[in-house]
Design a protein around this ligand. Structure first.
Ligand SMILES: Cc1ncc(COP(=O)(O)O)c(C=O)c1O
Length: 405
């Protein structure tokens, strides 16, 4: 058992209990409840022989050989995330996008091809169209709603991975991940998935057949909008290749940020449960508004992805899309600029509510986005939902006056 690994019986415990106990062992830290922040670059070895042996052990679980390869602070978060996801091992990285880059580039090289969902987070698309294209890697973007048999026809002999995100960024389509996993197993290639929206609590990705689970820990894991973080969870088969690539890329994650992520993890179930409750209340209210064309949130019974979501997910987080009936940008700005409780900002997953307008142009290519309806993204935080609804209601009044104006 490594210093911060799980109590042998705790895999049987319920999720709230596991979140409270994973990745920490007070008995080996003088009784201190939380793992301390180890700040390190150099690691001093007792002998030259030990140092040489350390270089051989650098990829081993729990091996402390150099600051960049991780300290017990990093291992605590990595072990906890791997256990939550049903995975083999975890890796922390300095941002969610760093995790995307490290995972994808581990499996492709010049002359290779990959399949990427059309609905991925924008910078993942930019990675494919920019850096990967320059390195001679070709990407086909696929419709996330395409039947898996039809997607199989897009596999080529040089296809090296499938990259999914479910629900999709901005438009929240749910993909059939178990079916995709089967397709990838048959083709002998890994399935990578950005699972930031659901977290392992609402979608244990590795248990559902994903080979590398990707997290922007910046969102719900950190949970307080005060640190950047990425996490990867691997299977036994994918771990070595991703770990070596990560070392080649030279990433190193600050231990203070890892500490904040570990602290966030302890309350993640409580926060996500409340995000879900609040988001559903606000989403249902939005559905009744005359200004709203469609609320994109898979927990809504009439959402096109609802049946799959119910089958595979254990919950829904606080992020949703809202298509407004066509209205001018200045009218939307009047609505949004004066909201009291919704901050205007990128990112999400903190305790606070956020709003932003998503310019959909350029985000889709497999199925071009033709709608003229403005797309708002709302993150529903931990405020009282009645206050959020009153705030939005006043915003819609401003929108209406500006549109009539
Ligand atoms: C779905 C998703 N994946 C990855 C990222 C990237 O995370 P980070 O901002 O930590 O690089 C984001 C950020 O918004 C995201 O929304």
């Amino acid at each position: 058992m490594s210093q911060h690994s799980e109590h042998p019986n705790s895999a049987r415990a319920r999720i709230e209990t596991r979140l409270a106990h994973l990745g920490r062992d007070p008995s080996s830290e003088h009784g201190v409840v939380n793992p301390p922040v180890y700040r390190a670059s150099t690691i001093i070895h007792p002998t030259m022989e030990d140092m040489l042996a350390g270089a051989q052990r650098r990829y081993e679980q729990g091996a402390v050989t150099y600051g960049r390869f991780g300290t017990p602070t990093h291992f605590a978060l990595e072990d906890a995330m791997a256990a939550l996801d049903g995975g083999h091992r975890g890796m922390v990285l300095p941002s969610g996008l760093a995790a995307v880059v490290a995972a994808v580039t581990a499996f492709v090289g010049q002359g290779d091809h990959l399949l990427m969902a059309d609905t991925v987070y924008g910078p993942a698309r930019t990675l494919a169209n920019g850096f990967l294209a320059r390195m001679g890697v070709e990407t086909t973007f696929y419709d996330p709603l395409l039947a898996t048999d039809d997607l199989a026809k897009q596999l080529r002999p040089n296809t090296k991975l499938v990259y999914a995100e479910s629900p999709g960024s901005y438009t929240f389509e749910i993909q059939d991940i178990p079916a995709l996993s089967k397709l990838c197993r048959n083709a002998g290639i890994p399935l990578l998935m950005d699972n930031t929206w659901a977290t392992p609590l609402f979608f244990p990705a590795i248990e559902r057949g994903v080979d590398v689970a990707i997290y922007a820990g910046t969102k719900y894991i950190v949970g307080h909008s005060d640190a950047m973080m990425g996490v990867l969870v691997t299977t036994e088969a994918t771990d070595g290749i991703v770990r070596r690539n990560l070392q080649d890329l030279g990433y190193s994650t600050g231990p203070d940020d890892v500490y904040l992520a570990l602290r966030g993890l302890r309350t993640m179930e409580v926060r996500l449960t409340r995000h879900q409750e609040n988001a559903l209340i606000v989403a249902e209210w939005l559905q009744g508004r005359p200004e709203v064309e469609r609320v994109m949130y898979p927990a809504l019974p009439d959402d096109p992805g609802h049946a799959l979501w119910r089958r595979d997910f254990l919950g829904a987080s606080g992020l949703m899309g809202v298509l407004l009936k066509p209205v001018s940008d200045p009218a939307i700005f009047t609505m949004v600029d004066h909201l009291e409780y919704f901050g205007i900002g990128a990112s999400w997953g903190g305790f606070e509510s956020l709003v932003r307008l998503i310019p959909m142009q350029g985000y889709r290519s497999a199925v071009p986005w033709t709608s003229k309806s403005p797309c708002l993204r709302l993150h529903i935080g931990l405020e009282n939902p009645k206050d959020l609804i009153e705030d939005l209601e006043a915003g819609f009044d401003r929108l209406k006056r500006a549109a009539e104006g």
